[in-house]
Design a protein around this ligand. Sequence first.
Ligand SMILES: [Zn+2]
Length: 446
Amino acid sequence: MSAVIDFLRARRKQSLAELIEYLKMPSISTLGIGVEETAAHLAALMASAGIEAQILPTEGISLVYGEVKGPPDVPTLLIYGHYDVQPADISEGWSSEPFEPQVRDGRLYARGSGDNKGQHFAQIKAVEAYYRTNTKMPVNLKFLIEGEEEMGSPNLRKFIQANKELLKADIACSSDGSLHPSGRPTLSLGCRGLLYIELISYGVGKDLHSGSYGGSVPNPFWRLMEAVQCLRDGEGRVRVPGFYESVLPVGDADQSALQGIPDPAAKLRAVIGEGADGIPDIPAFYTKTLTQPNLNICGFQGGYSNDGMKTVLPGSASAKLDFRLVVDQDPDKLFDDVCSFLKAEGFDDIEVRKMATFDASKTPADNPYVQMVIKAVGGYGVEPVIYPNFGGSVPDSMFTRDLGIPSVWFPLANADSNAHAPDENIDVEIFHRGCEVAAALMGGLA
Ligand SMILES: [Zn+2]
C-alpha cells in the first residue's frame, strides 16, 4: 500500500497535467458537443492506467466501461461516474475560459473539474498506482462512466438492466458531489429522487406589442403562474393529493447520522454567501435537504427578461420545476398525479411535460461492505461524515434496486467547487488527496 501512495505522491505533477488535458475536452451532452472524442480520450486514459477499457453503445451517448481483474475471492467494486459536463460559457461570469483549465491559488478552474471528471479521474489514478507499482489489486474493479448524467441519465437504466451479469459486483462506490464544508470526507448512503417537469401555457403563439394588444389578448404568464402557485400551499407544502403518503418519519439510524453531522454553520455560510441568513439552522438544514421532499422552481421562460426593457405580450410561457423526492415516492406516479391534480383544479389548458425522473434510493448503514468502506476511509485520515443520503439525485437506485447491491457515494471534490456554476473548480490538494483515499478505499475492501 505504501508503494501505491508513494507512487501517487511522486506523480502529482503529471496527474494534474493529465487532468488538465482531460478537462480541455468539452463534453456537453445536452448540446451534443464533444462527447465521442471525450469518451475515446477517457478510454485511452483508463487503458494506460491498466484498466481494460471499452466504449459501449447505449441508446443515446456511449459510455465507457472498464475492468480490472483482481485475484480470486476478492470482492468486486463497481465505480460509477460521468464524463459529460454542464454547458458553460465565459459570458456567464467565469474568470477564465471554462474549457481552458487554469490553476489559480491552489485551485484548478474548468468545467467538469469537480463534476465529475476530476473525481473519477482520481479513482483511475488510484488504480494506475496499483498497476504501475505491481501491487496486488485488492479488489476486482468495474468502471461505468456514462456520458448522459447531465441530461438525467435517460439510457443508463436500460443499459444496466441489459448488462446485469457484466456489472455484477458486491458494492458500488462512486465519487460525485462534494466533501463536507469542513473538508472532512463524506459517505452518502442514498439520494433523493427527482421529477423534473415543464409547465407550458400557450397564448396566441407569437409575441405581440403589449400596448396594442394587452388587455384584450390574454397573457399566458398569468395562467402559468396560477398553475405553478396552485401546486403549493401557503406553508410550502405540496398540494398534490397523496404526495406525503409514503414519506416515512426519519428512522433512528438516520437520526443519529444526522446528529453526527458536524455543525458547519460558518462554512455553510461561506459556500452559500450572504443569502445564507434565511436558511434554517443546522441540523434542520440537513433534515430538510436530506430527508424531506421539496418542490423547486428552476425558472420561467417566455417574453422578455434580458437587460433593459421590452413591452411585450408573450406568445407562450413556460416554467421548469423539480420535485426532490424521498425513498418510496415514485416519480412516474407523481407525474400522473400532478397532471390529474392540475386538471382537477381547472388547468386543462396547461401542458405538463415530464423531462426527467430519478428514483430515490437508500443503503442501510449496517451493511458489512459499507462498514468496511467507513473503516477504510476513516483509517486513512479523518473520520468521514455519514449522510443517510444525498440531497441531490443520482442514479443510485440502479445499483440498489436493479443490481441489488449496496451503494456508497464518496465525493472527492471540495464543497465550494461551484458545480453547475461559473468558476467550477477542484482544490488541487483535495484532488491529490482524493487519489490516495480512493486507493486506500480499494485496499480496505480486501
Ligand atoms: Zn452535474
